[in-house]
Design a protein around this ligand. Sequence first.
Ligand SMILES: Nc1ncnc2c1ncn2[C@@H]1O[C@H](COP(=O)(O)OP(=O)(O)OP(=O)(O)O)[C@@H](O)[C@H]1O
Ligand SMILES: [Mg+2]
Length: 239
Amino acid sequence: MSDYLLEAQDVAMHFGGVKALDGVDFRLKKGELRCLLGPNGAGKTTFFRCLTGTHKPTRGRILFKGADIAGKERHDIARAGMGVKTQVPSLFDGLTAHENLWLALRTVKNAAEREARIVDTMERVGIGALRTGILGRMAHGQRQLVELAMVVASDPDLVLLDEPAAGMTDSEVERLASIIRDLNRTHTVVVVEHDMHFIRMIADQVTVFHQGRILTEGHVEHILADQTVRDVYLGKKHA
Ligand SMILES: Nc1ncnc2c1ncn2[C@@H]1O[C@H](COP(=O)(O)OP(=O)(O)OP(=O)(O)O)[C@@H](O)[C@H]1O
Ligand SMILES: [Mg+2]
């Protein structure tokens, strides 16, 4: 068994002539909280999609808990313990937060157990007060938290979050940071973010993507001070 919960080896994803990923080697230990940075189009979302089975990589291996999941079906990878919050929310607008979570947990057949899981998760993500709120009437930041709750509810071994702070207010971002730090006490988490303030609040180790490859990795303060990293971010929010 590998030392790593996740180990991507030479992963590439080409769309015609576009090399969205072009040889990514990435390792993650159980219990880590890792941030992925990189300018627009660097390949971060494509990497997540390869991990979750939305895309079948053009080449490479993706070892998750020791088994190669590259090219496997999405539902099989989810069942193996991969949870993802995507950049595009996938919620039922006409239903309440509680109803959305109830659906997210439909594989838990015992109703009392399902309800207990929902209550626990809502507590954890701090959305107890939104329980009977209709999704379609919630503020953007509240919806983001409900969607985070849907990922956490299924108790995955690895939680992938793609720009969870996007469009949130400063106070919502701070709250999200504390929720993610708390989540990391029990779960391994990978977060894609552009917001440097948010990254500084949660990150220790960061990995920088650029043009479909990993540019550099290391401690957050070291990476954010790195001139090459600052250069690839030119035109984006600066540290
Ligand atoms: N389905 C697709 N078909 C063709 N090209 C794609 C597809 N998905 C992504 N790409 C291209 O692959 C590259 C990487 O895109 P990706 O969405 O992974 O970047 P990203 O790092 O998540 O960027 P952002 O920070 O804007 O979310 C881009 O050039 C994008 O246009
Ligand atoms: Mg993206």
